[in-house]
Design a protein. Sequence first.
Length: 525
Amino acid sequence: MEKHPVRQVNKALLGITRRAEKRDARQLVDSFVEVGSVFHALATVDHQVLYGRRGTGKTHILSYLVSKHREAGAVAVALDMRTIGSSGGLYADPSTPLAERASRLLKDTLLALHDSLLEEACSNDTVDLSACGEALDGLLESAISVRVDQTMDLESRSRQDASTHGSLTINLSGSPTIALGSQQQSEMLEERAERVSGTPRLYVNFGTVQRELSKLVSKLPKAQLWIVLDEWSEVPLTLQPYLADMLTRCMFPVRGITVKIAAIRQRTSFRIGDPVTGYVGLEVGADVSAGIDLDENLVFENNPEAAKEFFRTMLWRHVITADGEREPSIQFNDADSFVKDAFTQITALDELVRAAEGIPRDAINIVGAAATRANDEKISVKHVRAAALAWYQSNKQSAISSRPEAEKLLTWIVEKVIRGKKARAFLLDVDAKDALVDFLYDARAIHLIKQNISGQDVAGSRYNVFSLDYGLYVDLINTVNAPIHLLGVEEEQEGDLVDVPMADYRSIRRAVLDLEEFRRNIPSK
């Protein structure tokens, strides 16, 4: 097979679009690569939440889902929650009452749904626009009636002031007279005070909204409507439960409607407590199916062969479907020919997969930076390592620096794990809930690679296994501080990632991280 000039191959890698929303529907379909059985699980008619950190491919897979259902003749729309409303700043403005912000969000969401449905009806030849018009008008009218109210307590206080005035009159002219008199005066003062209290509650004619949606769905092809809500976590946390409550009451009960939500687990709040109704929002596992999580699907250590196959196929498909910078003569018939022309050897691709930590967008950015460094050469391990370090410093480290406490925790973990234990992974008790750990995980500085593992050191103890980001320790690989093994133990068995020999208690203790030690030794202030 004819080889392509290396520089052309590197230019093709640089031409890969980083974000799914920047690609057209055809490119998204052509470049899609299945992640295990995730797509088949999402293709069901159940309402579902798709979890995943930034860059894990939530938008891509849901865009593919929308395209496939449209190809099958159903109506499917996707709403980007980042673009809902005329002014996104209003929703997060604390000076605006919560009830007003929630009302605007619900109205704007229904209006965006109406506009997307109208656009789909106009562009889809299988939709009878005249039949759907009345229902669309009804949905528009019902959206205007949505509002969120807060309970208001009225306090009334009254006060009565009384006063008595006396007088003495003496008349010495004529017949002397003496007159005594008195006067009483009272005044009633009333004070009224208004105090807003309680939990804001939805105020909407749910029956009207449901009825209009039911009318609309009944007139659509196949009597089906698929609604995708992307970037859910961009909605302020305080408003998310009210939007979720509207979905539960207005959309979920309508036969033929299926809702899919893409969210970041650490930035999501689907429900809050309510003293009257019990809670406001939706319940994952009851109102929607238990969430599908993309974060663990492509971790190298969990299944190296599956991870390598996914990323090589993903890069190949993105290159052959890319526009712009790709040379017209660059054509690869399969992933194998692409890998041979792009990388010096298979170990360079393996290193890229490890560096990506299971996140497709990170892989695309790292391979682009590696291609820049390689220039007229094929991409090697050293290019991947340098690119991974630069990607961590430019993209992740800046986000972590914005939260000093999280930066302190990460520095402490590096000292304990990499320099102290010669490892790049650690264990945390499954019950160790910590906002800083969540922040580092969301920032992709640490990665969850296995859950609910028995440490065998303390009876009944269960742990989650986290690894430090590849970019954090890549500069230590060739130093005396280089990690010896994933967990710094001398023996690792097949199967359970941290299943060390029963007698090796010291090794497993070395891998357990005690957050209380961090809190004791590094005060928050």
